[in-house]
Design a protein around this ligand. Structure first.
Ligand SMILES: Cc1cc2nc3c(=O)[nH]c(=O)nc-3n(C[C@H](O)[C@H](O)[C@H](O)COP(=O)(O)O)c2cc1C
Length: 384
């Protein structure tokens, strides 16, 4: 297999096998060839008729930007700062559960790639490997722990404490998944990786979870996970409890309405992730990018606003950053990379996204994140 090294002044050199897919559609097609149907559909699919997934793409397609030229863009600075830490690239690995569905090394392969690229990594509650095992692979790398609230709240607090002890730098509470979405693709073939034990990493070694397992509260660990995973009773009162429990910054993931952004700020939240979970949870919802401008407006720089859902190219990342996101989280693309070529595949995907972002910034006359935020965008009223 031939390899090529991409190198220019500002783009980072990175060796990519020539037959590694570059664009998102080809990545998805390649992952489909490799993965069993259920595993693939679990990653690809969305809720209901997948209107939300389409709305994510329509939102990106409907924004166009106007470059301003003859600025010296011979040197590009893509660095950002989050919670006092500086990172060279404006990306974050979105939390994605059960990575053993894609590769036996699962989250361990992803954290290795994240740490080599110096991109912060958010680990899911429903990971295949435990938060401690992941931390051990890259103890010094910046990691966030994404929390799904457990019905028995002592388990949630225990996971937060374990994340603190293992060196995670922030807690990301996902608030849009109080029950699992109506995912028609998974339902059609009755595919439930939770029921197959793919999400055991953080539960089976948790002291509170184990106590319940041993005293017979759960029939087995899968029953225990299923008993804890739904938490539709969650309210803003829980946010206050979490804030009291931890000294780490707490981010809320899944914010779409500016009123919720305001409530989050009033609750002392340290950051927001504008997201509709890649259209996997609630169908018929606004494209995540369409929610972003109203939220950055009310937040007005008081806390970082991160963004995800539908960032499939460097140009998509450029548009989200231009609309005010402080960083963009990448989900499905890296998961497909993991399925195709493990750690190397994850690196390839992230470097392709990054190098396309740098090319876009160079050609659009923007040398830094600050300049990128001043780019003018036009919204067209198009339909896909
Ligand atoms: C297979 C899969 C599993 C996911 N698991 C989680 C999870 O455990 N926790 C979470 O907060 N978000 C989860 N997400 C949502 C991602 O964090 C992110 O919001 C989403 O992937 C963004 O959409 P995009 O990948 O289409 O850009 C998952 C997404 C996918 C594709």
């Amino acid at each position: 297999m031939k390899t090529m090294t991409i190198q220019s002044k500002d783009k980072e050199p990175h060796e990519i096998k020539q037959d590694f897919p570059v664009n998102f559609d080809n990545l998805e097609a390649k992952a489909k060839e490799i993965l069993p149907l259920g595993n693939f559909e679990y990653i690809r699919g969305g809720a209901g008729q997948e209107q939300t997934m389409r709305n994510n793409r329509i939102a990106f397609e409907s924004y166009a930007f106007i470059p301003q030229l003859l600025n010296d863009t011979s040197s590009i600075d893509t660095s950002i700062s989050l919670f006092g830490i500086s990172f060279p690239k404006p990306f974050i690995f979105a939390p994605v559960g059960m990575n053993m569905l894609e590769h036996p090394d699962g989250e361990l392969a992803v954290i290795r790639a994240a740490s080599k690229l110096n991109i912060p990594y958010a680990l899911s509650t429903v990971s295949s490997y435990s938060l401690e095992e992941v931390a051990e692979v890259a103890p010094d790398h910046t990691k966030f722990f994404q929390l799904y609230w457990s019905k028995e709240e002592e388990i949630s607090f225990s996971m937060i404490s374990r994340a603190e002890a293992a060196g995670y730098r922030a807690i990301v509470l996902t608030i849009d998944t109080t029950v699992s979405g109506w995912r028609t693709g998974d339902l059609k073939i009755n595919f439930s990786p939770l029921s197959q034990g793919f999400a055991k990493g953080n539960y089976v070694n948790d002291p509170i979870f184990r106590k319940n397992l041993l005293n017979g509260s759960y029939e087995n660990y899968i029953d225990g996970i299923l008993k804890n995973i739904d938490h539709a009773h969650l309210t803003w009162a829980h946010i206050e409890k979490i804030k009291k429990h931890t000294k780490l910054p707490v981010l809320l993931k899944g914010i779409l309405h500016p009123n919720d952004a305001v409530k989050a700020l009033e609750s002392g939240i340290d950051g927001l992730i504008v997201s509709n979970h890649g259209g996997r949870q609630l169908d018929g919802v606004i494209g995540s990018l369409d929610a972003l401008p109203n939220i950055t407006k009310v937040v007005n720089g008081r806390v970082p606003v991160l963004f995800d859902s539908g960032v499939y190219s460097g140009v998509d990342a450029f548009k989200a950053l231009a609309l005010g996101a402080d960083a963009v989280c990448i989900g499905r693309p890296y998961v497909y990379g993991l399925a195709i070529a493990g750690e190397q595949g994850v690196q390839n995907v992230m470097m392709n996204l990054y190098n396309e972002l740098v090319t876009t910034m160079t050609l659009a006359g923007t040398s830094s994140m600050e300049e990128l935020k001043k780019v003018e965008l036009v919204k067209r009223n198009n339909q896909m």
